[in-house]
Every structure is written in structure tokens, then in C-alpha cells.
Design a protein around this ligand. Structure first.
Ligand SMILES: [Zn+2]
Length: 306
């Protein structure tokens, strides 16, 4: 896969770190294992791994896509509907690597406020956001350094709307992404602790017993629970991000899909033309944690998106 970083000086050091990305490799929450590489679990095989993933293989409106003259003449549109944000700071969120992406989750307090967007008159609630390195969407064939996906769901028909924000590395760290390097440090600290705990002869007797018990009971912990590393976030303040997004034009919209299994379609994509900055150290932390996690382009498949 071709991989272009605009920060040339960072390229070698960033991707030398990719091999470390499996340090907290966790099983997906459900369904068979899938990955971004490999003969059996890579993107070309997602649709064959499970009947629930078949849309990855057969879908006709799959994402991501390249935004270029051809796609703009076929299915990508310069967005005309108004996009409005109604985000407030989120309390008690958690940043973690879920085995595929660094994701920020929280329990929405719908009694007080739902962070939401409106596209035209349709409202969607923000349910999580996560990262891809490099970007999944491309502009005229070129990746950005990363892509932030703000994932929203309509509370009535459950349809999804994702805001795709391209990320461009810069020397200075960006406040909105402060948790990335903190999560990276915590994961590495946990890895050191696990290495000690797992070394022969130094395993806790209690843990040994629990593991034995769970094997016998058929409830052996998955790698997910065994390696779960969360970085708690007291507050996620979206204000600087939203301020920037409001001024980003143009933005492109098209009807696409989730870019990970089960690749469900009818996702309303809004991809911003302008990139948002991310600190080089913050991008390095992402690459260290999640490696290469961009699905191949899907817009050359047959009559897709017609
Ligand atoms: Zn995504």
C-alpha cells in the first residue's frame, strides 16, 4: 500500500514504530478477528470472514473513496446542506486502543445534553470518535497524515453520519489531542508491567490460580480484557475543534459505508477539505499504538455509488 506522509522528516521514525503497535492487541468486541494486513484477515478478505461482514465484499457504496474529478462527477457532492454543531464538553470519557483504532468513548448523559450535529434538518448524536493513520479518504490520490472520524447516530432511524477530518502533522502539539501521548505512555508502562508479570517464575500465584480456574471453567480471559489499557479523560473540550470545523470549506458529502467490518452502508459521509493540525508527537503516538489502519480505496469497484 502506498503511504505518503506530508511530514517527510517524520516518515522513517514514525513507521519504524509500527511494529510496536501490537502491544495492546485486543480481540474485537465481537465477531471474527480482522486486521489491516494479512492473507486471511486483511481488507480483501473481510467479507469472507463472517456472513455478517458480507457487505464488505458485495456492497456497492463502500468507503473510503478518493475525492477527485471523477468521483466528484459521479457520487461525491460539494455539500450544500447546512452543517451545524451543538457540542458541549464531555465528562468522564475514556481513550483506549480497541485493537483497531484509538477511540474515545463515554456514557452519554441524554437527560442533560446530547452532543449533536444537524445536516440540513436531520439530527445525529455524537457517539464516539476515533483515528486512522494515514487518512482513509484521499484527495486527488493523496493521503493526509491521519483522519479523525466523529461518528454520529440518528436517534430515530439509527442511521449514521460521520464527519471525516483530515489531520496534518505540525511540530507543535495540539491541545485537543493531549490524551494521545498520555495513552501511549500508559500503554508502554502497562507493557513493562505485563512483561514482568508474565516472566517465568515471577507470575503472581493468585493470577496463576485465576487463570487456571478460568481455563477450566471455559471462561479464559480474552486478550482484550487481559491487556485493556484505558486513559481516563475528565473532560473533552470540543470547542477549539468545532471552531475550526465551522470555517472549513468546502466539505464533501456522499453516501458510503463504515470503513471497518461489518461495512454497513447508508452512512452519510461529510469529509472536510481543510486539514486540522495534529502534533508530530501526537501522530507518532497514534502510529505507535494503532499502526497502519486505513482501508484501501473502494471507489473503483464496478458501478459503486452510482
Ligand atoms: Zn473510522
Amino acid at each position: 500500500m502506498k503511504f505518503i506522509l506530508s511530514v517527510v522528516i517524520a516518515t522513517s521514525s514514525l513507521f519504524a514504530a509500527v511494529s510496536a503497535h501490537a502491544i495492546v492487541k485486543r480481540a474485537p468486541p465481537s465477531g471474527p478477528h480482522w486486521d489491516y494486513s494479512g492473507d486471511k484477515t486483511g481488507p480483501d478478505h473481510w467479507g469472507l470472514l463472517d456472513p455478517a461482514y458480507v457487505t464488505c465484499e458485495t456492497g456497492m457504496q463502500q468507503s473510503p473513496v478518493d475525492i477527485n474529478a471523477q468521483s466528484l462527477s459521479r457520487f461525491v457532492h460539494c455539500a450544500k446542506k447546512a452543517l451545524t454543531f451543538d457540542y458541549e464538553p464531555v465528562k468522564d470519557a475514556v481513550a483506549h486502543f480497541n485493537g483497531h483504532t484509538v477511540e474515545i468513548d463515554w456514557t452519554p448523559n441524554s437527560k442533560t445534553h446530547n452532543n449533536s450535529i444537524a445536516i440540513g434538518k436531520k439530527e445525529y448524536h455524537l457517539i464516539q470518535f476515533h483515528f486512522h493513520t494515514p487518512s482513509e479518504h484521499r484527495i486527488n490520490g493523496r493521503h493526509a497524515d491521519g483522519e479523525l472520524h466523529l461518528v454520529h447516530r440518528n436517534p430515530v432511524d439509527k442511521s449514521l453520519a460521520v464527519i471525516g477530518v483530515l489531520l496534518q502533522a505540525q511540530a507543535r502539539n495540539v491541545p485537543f489531542f493531549h490524551y494521545l501521548t498520555a495513552l501511549q505512555k500508559k500503554v508502554h508502562a502497562d507493557k513493562r508491567d505485563s512483561a514482568v508479570a508474565a516472566a517465568p517464575g515471577t507470575t503472581s500465584a493468585v493470577v496463576d490460580e485465576l487463570l487456571k480456574d478460568s481455563v477450566c471453567a471455559g471462561t479464559q480471559p480474552t486478550p482484550q480484557s487481559a491487556t485493556k489499557v484505558d486513559y481516563p479523560l475528565k473532560l473533552v473540550d470540543f470547542a477549539p475543534l468545532v471552531r475550526a470545523l465551522k470555517g472549513f470549506t468546502p466539505r464533501w458529502e456522499y453516501s458510503g459505508s463504515l470503513t471497518t467490518p461489518p461495512c454497513s452502508e447508508n452512512v452519510a459521509w461529510n469529509v472536510m477539505h481543510d486539514p486540522y493540525p495534529i502534533g508530530l508527537d501526537q501522530l507518532r503516538a497514534l502510529v505507535d499504538l494503532q499502526g497502519y489502519n486505513a482501508r484501501d480505496l473502494e471507489d473503483s469497484r464496478g458501478p459503486a455509488h452510482e
